[in-house]
Design a protein around this ligand. Structure first.
Ligand SMILES: Nc1ncnc2c1ncn2[C@@H]1O[C@H](COP(=O)(O)OP(=O)(O)OP(=O)(O)O)[C@@H](O)[C@H]1O
Length: 279
């Protein structure tokens, strides 16, 4: 569905933001795109949907080159941007104008999501808070049923109960022929939501793993003292003792702590990545 080969991209000629980046993504999955502030997540999403163009390399999405901006391609791809700016109209007028652009747009689904987010459908966009507007746009994005759905920091502006609601809604929407990428630096928000982790660092994708592979290779544990484990790769002080990541030699079951995993990959890069490159 997405095939990117040796992509180079920069806002200025001599300063690349993405360098020699290759990435292949399949439909039927929710990918979490993680990276520090300024790592280039938004730039990558914009290249995928044809709002920015690579300086070299190839980018194929749903069989098309996004840079061509073919109308048929654009109808299948939806980007929910990090910052949203909405016109001063009612929700209904917004739908009347923008929904027809997406042939697969489902009005019923839109109003169902709006209801789940507790947004009255008669509301005017100009009378809403930023978080409420974000919920309208998340509902709109999901109702497009676009084949490629890109969500850039979708949980920014949502309160804690709404983040939970967001997770619940996303978990129920994915279709087999659809692919969702959720980009964020608020790594915790992706817990129990995604099935693949992508980490963007140093201008490229340094990690691309299914969640179950991560917990197969690594064990996430709580210990009172670091002496209890001999093969710690990474540790963080926790309320009671330490949270640690070790190689999962005994094939123990543990739950992926997304935030700790992300911190560990950035701070113990070689050691963490080598766990996944072993045969
Ligand atoms: N319009 C622009 N012109 C010039 N440089 C830009 C522009 N937009 C972003 N950049 C630079 O490109 C780099 C990548 O930015 P990008 O917004 O893609 O990162 P990000 O991973 O999405 O960050 P964040 O998590 O903070 O949203 C940063 O160094 C940023 O300063």
């Amino acid at each position: 569905m997405i095939a990117i080969e040796k992509l180079n991209f920069g806002y200025r000629k001599k300063e690349l933001v993405l360098e020699n980046l290759s990435l292949h993504l399949k439909p039927g999955h929710i990918y979490g795109l993680l990276g520090s502030n300024g790592a280039g997540k938004s730039s990558l999403l914009h290249n995928i949907c044809g709002l920015l163009f690579p300086s070299s390399g190839s980018c194929k999405v749903a069989g098309d080159n996004p840079a061509n901006r073919n109308p048929q391609f654009l109808q299948q791809v939806y980007l929910l941007p990090e910052e949203i700016y909405l016109p001063n109209v009612s929700i209904k007028s917004y739908l009347d104008v923008y929904a027809p652009f997406y042939p697969t747009f489902d009005n019923e689904l839109f109003f169902r999501f709006l209801g789940e987010f507790d947004i009255p459908k008669e509301n005017k966009l100009q009378h809403m808070s930023y978080g409420q507007k974000k919920k309208v746009m998340i509902s709109f994005a999901l109702a497009t049923q676009a084949k490629v759905l890109l969500m850039d920091e979708p949980t920014n502006g949502l309160d804690i109960p709404s983040k939970k609601q967001f997770r619940k809604i996303i978990a129920g929407v994915l279709k087999e022929d659809q692919l969702i990428i959720i980009s964020t630096h608020q790594v915790k928000d992706l817990d129990s939501l995604i099935d693949y982790v992508l980490i963007l660092d140093d201008k490229k994708i340094i990690l691309h793993e299914p969640v179950e592979n991560i917990t197969d290779k690594l064990a996430f544990k709580q210990v009172m003292s670091l002496d209890e484990v001999s093969t710690t790769i990474y540790s963080e002080g926790a309320l009671k003792g330490y949270a640690v990541i070790t190689p999962n030699i005994k094939k123990e079951q543990s739950r992926l702590d997304m935030e700790m995993f992300f911190n560990a990959v950035l701070s113990e890069k070689q050691q963490m990545l080598s766990q996944f490159n072993k045969q």
